[in-house]
Write a protein that binds this ligand. Sequence first.
Ligand SMILES: *Cc1c(COP(=O)(O)O)cnc(C)c1O
Length: 227
Amino acid sequence: MTRITSRIKNVRQRLVDAACDCGRDPAQVALLAVSKTRPVEDIQSAMEAGLTCFGENYLQEALPKIEALSGEKISWHFIGPVQSNKTRDLAAHFDWVQSVDRLKVATRLSAQRSSSATPLNVCVQVNIDAEPQKAGVLPDDAELLCQAVSKLPQLRLRGLMIIPAASDDIEKQYSSFMAARQLFDQIRANGLPLDTLSMGMSGDLEAAVRAGSSMVRIGTDIFGPRP
Ligand SMILES: *Cc1c(COP(=O)(O)O)cnc(C)c1O
């Protein structure tokens, strides 16, 4: 077994354990492999272990990888900060953009997504702990942005993406994730059919699953520490 294969096995086991601990079905939590800074060969190893969804943060780094793997059945997720002058490439080459945090970016992505392609899947990124330096819409503004994004023709609003304040304290992690979960439930109750709550990384996947995550984004614990 390669190191990546055995790390993936570990992550899958953690997901199963975390889901079972709180009575959830592990199949309801998707695993997104965050391949930023990693070469194509590492992505291929992860594919051999059965992974099909990969997340990238930097457009210039991602494009050659997407090109090199263009024959493969991969779903590419953009999870980094979106600059408005990059939306055309994002709309053309990615299946998902999880880091939409303002209407201007969403409007551009919709306008630039080819009308012959399926709509681009998007999540609204929420700055759940209202950290001053962090990307994402503030929790109080999230629902309005979701309503606006949901009306754009070439986008399919799937849900929310969350990066909480960094903490080693599992109860702190959990309370941020629960705030996100409540926001998610509220937006759904008000009529938007969201199906994706993207939260949980290498250091906090257990707390995220307990709070109802439907997609964890794992880099370090699959590919090893980043350079
Ligand atoms: C890098 C990154 C991850 C993965 O983080 P790890 O701690 O390496 O698992 C997840 N989500 C986003 C948005 C990231 O930028």
